[in-house]
Design a protein around this ligand. Structure first.
Ligand code: ZN
Length: 186
């Protein structure tokens, strides 16, 4: 299991809250801006008032947490129209994958994708979040984010297929979801 370090974000980049586990109902995936490592992304969020944040940054080597799960990160809000009826910053956790830009297109390394899948599985187990509540930023506001998973349905499908495995924390036996992912865990 990946050990998750914490670099607290600047307090101007999120809203302090006291969310209980049952209030966290969605996981929203993003691309981190630019090409920095997970640690660099978290340090950036700690260093100035960006006005945006994610709970976690993931790269091929590590996961860094920036905003505590109980607090509300600013990752999927919009002043425009929402494409999703329910998912908002207030009821979700934002996970940002760190990418590379190749030939003008953003890509994720396979090890970054695997590490993100492991983190998402762990969060799904911790909060009883079903697979259908794991969303792209695109699904919430139609922003092209995370670009590799919006530009390629196959890559998004492959990411989702990888959520049906053991949680990174273990104890996966007998906890496989149905194809619809409808089964909720305690
Ligand atoms: Zn995003």
């Amino acid at each position: 299991m990946t050990k998750v370090g914490m670099i607290p974000a600047d307090c101007r980049n999120f809203r302090r809250a006291a969310r209980r586990a049952g209030e966290i109902r969605y996981i929203v995936l993003h691309s981190a801006a630019g090409e920095g490592s997970a640690r660099q992304q978290a340090e950036r969020a700690a260093g100035y008032a960006a006005g945006v944040s994610a709970h976690y940054y993931v790269d091929g080597q590590a996961v860094w947490q920036s905003v505590a799960d109980r607090d509300v990160a600013w990752h999927c809000g919009t002043r425009g129209a929402y494409a999703h009826p329910y998912c908002r910053n207030a009821n979700s956790i934002g996970v940002a994958l760190c990418g590379r830009v190749q030939d003008g297109r953003q890509t994720f390394l396979p090890e970054t994708v695997r590490r993100a899948q492991a983190l998402v599985r762990r969060l799904m187990a911790r909060y009883g979040i079903p697979a259908e509540n794991v969303l792209r930023h695109y699904d919430v506001t139609h922003k092209t984010c995370p670009a590799p998973f919006v530009e390629s349905d196959a890559r998004w499908a492959a990411f989702c297929a990888g959520l049906d495995g053991p949680a990174a924390g273990g104890q996966s036996k007998g906890r496989r979801r149905s194809a619809s992912g409808a089964k909720r865990q305690k």
